[in-house]
Ligand binder design. Structure first.
Ligand code: HEC
Length: 112
């Protein structure tokens, strides 16, 4: 019985993970960055995937220094929610960077 339950869990995880982007990261983007940088895919296209990789290295050190003159942005970047969603957000942005050839509008789950 326990095995069955596990199997179902693994299945569900597979389905949720099947999207080409991190929905969790997208939600985090909407909550944290959209107010200043526009919709998700537009925001992600600010940088290339390598650029995002750099921005999110060492706990998003570079991203923080890019915002250090903007108190409102720093409040967001210092929030516990940002810390928790750092990886998912970084993945979403990398996967949709300007060099990834992503052109999306709405896909039934999210509008970008
Ligand atoms: C309160 C507004 C605000 C919020 C919130 C905010 N930013 Fe920014 N962001 C700015 C401003 C202002 C700049 C500086 C723009 C400039 O220098 O031209 C900036 C700069 C940047 C840059 C540098 C762009 C470049 O060309 O070097 C990146 C990348 C960036 N933001 C990503 C993000 C991400 C990701 C988030 C969410 C975690 C975020 N920002 C949240 C206002 C904000």
């Amino acid at each position: 019985m326990k095995k069955m339950f596990l199997a179902i869990l693994v299945c569900l995880a597979g389905i949720t993970g099947a999207h080409a982007y991190s929905a969790k990261g997208m939600v985090a983007y909407k909550k944290l960055c959209k107010q200043c940088h526009g919709s998700g895919f537009k925001g992600a296209a600010m940088l290339t995937s390598d650029g995002w990789e750099e921005m999110f290295a060492s706990e998003a050190e570079k991203l923080k220094s890019a915002h250090e003159d903007y108190d409102e942005a720093m409040e967001v970047l210092r929030s516990p929610y940002f810390e928790r969603r750092l990886d998912a957000l970084g993945k979403f942005l990398r996967d949709n960077g300007s060099d990834m050839g992503v052109v999306r509008s709405c896909d039934g789950l999210n509008c970008g």
